[in-house]
Design a protein around this ligand. Sequence first.
Ligand SMILES: *[C@@H]1O[C@H](CO)[C@@H](O)[C@H](O)[C@H]1NC(C)=O
Ligand SMILES: *[C@@H]1O[C@H](CO)[C@@H](O)[C@H](O)[C@H]1NC(C)=O
Ligand SMILES: *[C@@H]1O[C@H](CO)[C@@H](O)[C@H](O)[C@H]1NC(C)=O
Length: 449
Amino acid sequence: MRIQYHKAMYFMLLFLLALVALVQGDGSWETCADIVPVQRRGAWISLKSFGGVGDGTTVNTAAFARAIARIERRKARGGMLLYVPPGVYLTGPFNLTSHMTLYLARGAVIKATQDTWNWPLIDPLPSYGRGRELPGGRYMSLLHGNGLEDVVITGSNGTIDGQGEVWWNMWRQRSLPFTRPHLVELMYSSDVLISNIVFKNSPFWNIHPVYSSNVVVKGVTILAPYDSPNTDGVDPDSSSNVCIEDSYISTGDDMVAVKSGWDEYGISFGRPSSDITVRRITGSNPFAGFAIGSETSGGVENVLVENLNLFKTGIGIHIKTNAGRGGYIRNVTISDVNIYGSRKGLVISGNVGDHPDENFNPNALPVVDGLTVKNVWGVDVLQPGLIRGIKGLPFTRICLSNVKLNLAPGKDTQPWSCQDVSGGSLEVQPSPCTELTTTSDTGFCTSSF
Ligand SMILES: *[C@@H]1O[C@H](CO)[C@@H](O)[C@H](O)[C@H]1NC(C)=O
Ligand SMILES: *[C@@H]1O[C@H](CO)[C@@H](O)[C@H](O)[C@H]1NC(C)=O
Ligand SMILES: *[C@@H]1O[C@H](CO)[C@@H](O)[C@H](O)[C@H]1NC(C)=O
């Protein structure tokens, strides 16, 4: 009896200690994943029943279309789940529908055909005015959605493989006729959850929510070779309430890049990206760990980024825009970033990126105001930071706090470099540029945490 009682007390104590450790920890308790509730579907169907063959050579585009048409027609209470059994399902692009879950079993692979000449074309996005790479339309994403609600893409870590090599090679040989397709694009959609999937070798950006709201991406693995062109991980674009958490992203371009349209097209479309959370992301890539831009013409605001672990990246954090973009980037907080090897730790730049055409307005200058970067630690960094504001419209209230970047020993390293910027700094090593140390009123910087 007595021993039992002691044992019970002992376990109770352990449990309490564990709870305290979790709550007191580095905020890992926090999540915003609950903005899209997980749905228990009323019914499910298997791709097999619609002619799906997972032998790696049969093309399953029609099977996917038939299964999804069934979900659309049946309108089952609570929606329906489409089960993709283990196997390799070659397919061309297909449309998703509302109130559906696409569920990839462990060992299920949805593999894009390399039949690029039969790939359907869709209209350019109104906020870009043309394809991002080339004038005219663009190839439809492998998984596509337009005007949907309540869409879940999940499973037991099945794989969506874009087989992007053929597209990368066309880009390298300059033989692409139109802009390359994404792996997943959801336009004008809400309540979207993407979790527990491995995304591999996307032809272009991997996951592209655009003109959408309430989007959660969590527990995903996104992989593409370090030298694969433009294989961004997740690009929330003119979208609000987007949460990207607990994922591993190693690709050939930015891990996460928040965007909102391109020059005169983005300005007139006028749809911002707002309320974006990015949390606990690890990975490696030759461009930015976290980026905003460079297409930010609809504006970007209320962004919270925390707990990034970046290995061998080009630029740890990259905020990029350009004259002609217009719009704004404001109220951005980035904290708790570890950088293990990068060319530059932090870049905030007003002269990055190309223009859609000659009709952009060079006087449409972006406003960059209220950016806090705190608790950043790095090793093997070649240059701690580079800030290039815009002449005539400097970046304001840039706050750096507790930023410790250790330069790579024995390498050709450079100091901080700044122009057209004002702000404050606190405990920054190496010592930042005078633009950030001489500002008299740094209340916004010290009071922001
Ligand atoms: C996908 O849906 C769009 C409408 O949003 C339609 O125009 C297009 O033809 C569909 N594509 C395919 C391959 O079914
Ligand atoms: C899927 O992968 C994620 C990320 O690697 C991992 O946390 C999770 O445990 C995996 N889930 C399953 C069911 O294997
Ligand atoms: C700034 O953004 C955060 C989210 O990161 C949000 O909670 C806060 O309300 C925003 N502040 C203002 C003044 O909009």
